[in-house]
Design a protein around this ligand. Structure first.
Ligand SMILES: Nc1ncnc2c1ncn2[C@@H]1O[C@H](COP(=O)(O)OP(=O)(O)O)[C@@H](O)[C@H]1O
Ligand SMILES: [Mg+2]
Length: 281
């Protein structure tokens, strides 16, 4: 297309506009059956969403969205900007107005719990997007902020020490202001802060955003260890669809608030239509 600016990403010479991606994605959308969702979960669901209708104020963003993932597994949501991916995480965490459907965690109905109840009683933690570190506080102080729901200052300090023991590069900088950390260290701090409450479920919104490639790999390694070594269940949104689908056991494509496709992460990665729309190839 003459006169259009070139996309700087390698391999993205033929760039589709956001509207065009949404239109084409809608065209490939099929009904994803309940059986398919249950099968992909990989066991008894740790997190299960059924027919969720949710949004903000008067605006409905999700129009009957369902999801299931078993304990210790990972699921990545991809899709066009504005599709409602973050809204799925917000809904699980308790930030949206839910007008229909249910969310259960470990069989317990948590649909109506507040975010702090979710963190305290349902073991759900939310990481990133609009949740960045406090730059003028030290690394340790930032970690302690993640423990504000703990019963005592002592419990919070012990939890911070436990997390610092896990990540020596962060421990080495515990007394430094978070504002001087590198992008990768800051992301590690954001993840670490969520671990203070020992959550079972991590909701991770765009872990790679704004990071240099070497830090992106580091962040996915850390998330991989949290899943495979510590048994955390991970539900992630990732604009970098390639990284997200390589990482996750299960991939969902969300379009205009509806589940358009679902599959094994690596299979979606090889799906030609998904590739054309979301992988810049
Ligand atoms: N906190 C909010 N308040 C009001 N509207 C919001 C809020 N967050 C997102 N939205 C709107 O909800 C829709 C879905 O957004 P979002 O879930 O952030 O999409 P995605 O993460 O897929 O890019 C968009 O129209 C967006 O403007
Ligand atoms: Mg988002």
């Amino acid at each position: 297309m003459a006169g259009e600016p070139k996309d700087p990403r390698p391999g993205a010479e033929m760039v589709l506009s956001v509207d065009e991606v949404a239109r084409q994605a809608q065209a490939i959308a099929g009904e994803v059956s309940r059986e398919r969702i249950a099968g992909l979960a990989g066991g008894a669901p740790m997190v299960q969403i059924d027919d969720l209708v949710a949004g903000y104020g008067q605006m409905e963003v999700l129009h009957g969205f369902s999801l299931a993932i078993a304990k210790g597994r990972s699921l990545c949501l991809i899709g066009p900007n504005g599709a409602g991916k973050s809204t799925v995480l917000h809904s699980i965490y308790g930030f949206t107005r839910i007008t229909g459907g249910t969310i259960t965690v470990g069989g317990q109905d948590v649909t109506a719990l507040s975010p702090s109840q979710k963190l305290q009683t349902a073991g759900i933690a939310y990481i990133l997007q609009d949740n960045s570190v406090f730059p003028d506080m030290t690394v340790t102080e930032n970690l302690l902020m993640g423990g504000y729901l703990l019963s005592s200052g002592k419990a919070a300090r012990e939890a911070a020490d436990r997390v610092l023991d896990k990540y020596p590069p962060l421990a080495a900088r515990r007394h430094e202001r978070a504002g001087i950390l590198s992008g990768g260290e800051r992301r590690l701090l954001e993840i670490s802060r969520a671990l203070i409450m020992e959550p079972d479920i991590l909701l991770v919104d765009e872990p790679s955003i704004g990071l240099e490639p070497r830090f992106i790999d580091m962040v996915f390694e850390i998330l991989g260890a949290l899943q495979h070594e510590d048994g955390k269940t991970i539900i992630m949104v990732e604009q970098n669809a390639k990284k997200g689908l390589e990482f996750a056991d299960v991939g969902y494509v969300l379009v205009s608030g509806d589940l358009a496709m679902a599959g094994v992460g690596k299979e979606l990665l090889e799906n030609e239509r998904v590739g054309r729309l979301f992988l810049g190839g």
